[in-house]
Design a protein around this ligand. Structure first.
Ligand SMILES: [Zn+2]
Length: 272
């Protein structure tokens, strides 16, 4: 299926749900949390990014986060992120609902949609991090919080070195992300609300996700079980996609999606 045909499918949707993952950020040179580019570690990422590691060896946890953030601090939203933001805006202008959920924690889709988030040194309330139209299902690695005041979120300093500490209680801060040994959280990340939106969607656009973790996989499985339309754009061939109501596009999302956005704009906006 070509970009024009995908744009036509999106145009037919009234409640679009866009699910994106780490693959969307590959063109921004952001590696996955499991990439060897984050350096040799005795522990697995599952053990490193965990509440157990925060309690036992916070410096180890933050050293790992720092190696990941070194890539993020240099990264900019790429054409895939920008196109997803454009598609969302175009759908809204046409009177359709569109919600984006990402299980990437790099914050790039957020930046593409809303620009860099300004956070004063005194922090902001967690709820102010949530944006209409976007759910960061697993949080955002650019922010941190402390268990003594979990409703306040701070910006992670550019250089963390060892673990940043809370100015109130002195304990090591935690990143504002869902650890691998934690469940989804409505309170911190709005996960349940996003799942409800997904259940209501008439079309799902899946971009750069392997559906490796529970929430994205169950969102997609529920959607497909009701035989609703899904469009999967992924350079990798994902085996679970051989179903009748799935359109699979094996293309780089940073090339394919901008063309989809252009065709959607041309078909939705009045011609001069
Ligand atoms: Zn504290």
């Amino acid at each position: 299926m070509n970009p024009k045909e995908v744009a036509q499918l999106l145009k037919g949707s009234r409640r679009l749900f866009i699910l994106t993952g780490a693959g969307t950020s590959a063109a921004s040179q952001v590696p996955s949390l499991f990439s060897p580019a984050l350096g040799p570690n005795k522990e697995t990422p599952l053990a490193l990014l965990s509440s157990v590691m925060l309690k036992s060896r916070p410096t180890k946890l933050w050293t790992y986060i720092s190696s990941y953030r070194n890539f993020i601090l240099r990264a900019k939203p790429n054409p895939a992120h920008v196109a997803i933001a454009q598609i969302s805006n175009l759908m809204a202008k046409s009177g359709a609902q569109c919600h984006i959920a990402t299980h990437s924690i790099d914050g790039l889709i957020n930046e593409a949609m809303f620009g860099p988030t300004q956070i004063p040194s005194s922090g902001i309330e967690t709820k102010l991090l949530k944006h209409q139209g976007l759910t960061e299902l697993c949080g955002n690695i650019n922010y941190m919080r402390c268990e003594c005041s979990p409703s306040v979120v701070y910006k992670v300093p550019a250089k963390t070195g060892s673990a940043p500490h809370c100015g109130r209680c002195g304990k090591a801060m935690r990143p504002h992300v869902q650890f691998f040994d934690e469940g989804p959280s409505e309170e911190f990340y709005g996960t349940m609300s996003a799942i409800e939106r997904a259940l209501d969607a008439d079309c799902m656009l899946i971009v750069g996700s392997r559906l490796g973790s529970f929430v994205p996989r169950s969102i997609v499985d529920d959607h497909l079980s009701e035989r609703r339309l899904a469009i999967n754009v992924n350079i990798e061939n994902v085996g679970t996609w051989r179903k009748n109501n799935v359109v699979s596009v094996a293309a780089p999302c940073e090339v394919f999606l901008p063309e989809v956005a252009d065709h959607l704009a041309a078909s939705l906006l009045p011609q001069k």
